[in-house]
Design a protein around this ligand. Structure first.
Ligand code: PMP
Length: 286
């Protein structure tokens, strides 16, 4: 059975899904996206993702193409049609296909392109990587200045992953002015004593939906949350480190630029935060 995807109002088999070659998402990366995880056939933190989608669109002078309730219905329909128990729903909204290429935005009544598809990932929550931890290298952060908007301009993050792979590592942390901004596709944290340290929100990083939930749970668990930037050297001397994202939840980091953290195995705080996050989010899933 082929995957059923959503394209501009229609549910179609993936082979039949079509988007115009003039689509500004294709020509100019003029679009935004969200990734929502599915656990036990239910959506994790859908409200957070819908709110951030609206913010990303607003920052780029686009309107929500439909209500959050209608978006939720499409997410659920795709989960049902594709029988997803664990996996992700990818959603992308672009400024549409005005019929020619032009740097200027098309007329406001140009319909936005809305595409959603499922990614089936059995075992997503029980990931072997979470038991082993991941290694990261540092690379310069040369992305644009509005990283708070979740755009589809993902070339540099992709290149970062490839640089990490070539160096024998799992992922890269991006460094600007000597300070870690975030991971290629996740927010970055270090742990020192009872403190969880992560960069404060600004236009320099994506405002992670997982980050917001994890920091709330950390405070509830009497951890001290400190929102400030840190250096690679500080990370290498930390007790532990981790990253968060909607699709990897809380992922322990066990080495930074070749230096093992602690005993080189996932830290206690990262493991605990992963457990709390998964428990609480499963309970709240819709
Ligand atoms: N930062 C970047 C650059 C990302 O791409 C992502 C995930 N898309 C995140 C952080 C984590 O955000 P979230 O927890 O909302 O998935």
């Amino acid at each position: 059975m082929s995957r059923i995807v959503y394209v501009n109002g229609d549910y179609v088999p993936e082979e039949e899904a079509k988007v115009s070659i003039f689509d500004r998402g294709f020509l100019m990366a003029d679009g935004v996206y969200e990734v929502t995880s599915v656990l036990g056939g239910k959506l994790i933190d859908f409200d957070g993702h819908a709110k951030r989608l609206e913010r990303s669109l607003t920052e780029l002078d686009m309107a929500m193409p439909m209500s959050a309730d209608d978006l939720l219905a499409i997410h659920r329909e795709l989960v049902a049609k594709n029988g997803i128990d664990e996996g992700m729903i990818y959603l992308q909204v672009t400024r549409g296909a005005p019929g020619d290429r032009d740097f200027a935005f098309p007329p406001e009544d140009t319909p936005l392109t809305v595409v959603l598809f499922t990614q089936n990932k059995p075992g997503l929550a029980d990931s072997p990587a979470a038991k082993k931890g991941i290694s990261v290298i540092s690379i310069p952060d040369i992305r644009w200045g509005r990283r708070d908007i979740k755009t589809t301009q993902l070339l540099y993050p992709s290149m970062g992953k490839m640089l990490a792979k070539k160096a024998g590592a799992d992922d890269a942390w991006l460094v600007e002015d000597g300070l870690v901004t975030e991971g290629t596709s996740n927010n970055a944290y270090i742990v020192k004593g009872n403190q969880i340290i992560t960069r404060q929100l600004s236009n320099d990083i994506l405002h992670g939906i997982t980050r917001a939930a994890v920091l709330k749970f950390a405070r509830e668990a009497q951890m001290e949350v400190v929102e400030r930037p840190f250096t690679i050297e500080e990370a290498q001397q930390a007790d532990e480190a981790f990253v968060t994202s909607a699709s990897t939840f809380v992922m322990p980091v066990v080495s930074v630029d070749g230096a093992a953290l602690g005993d080189g195995t996932p830290g206690r705080v990262a493991a605990r935060m992963r457990e709390i996050y998964l428990d609480e989010m499963r309970k709240a899933a819709i």
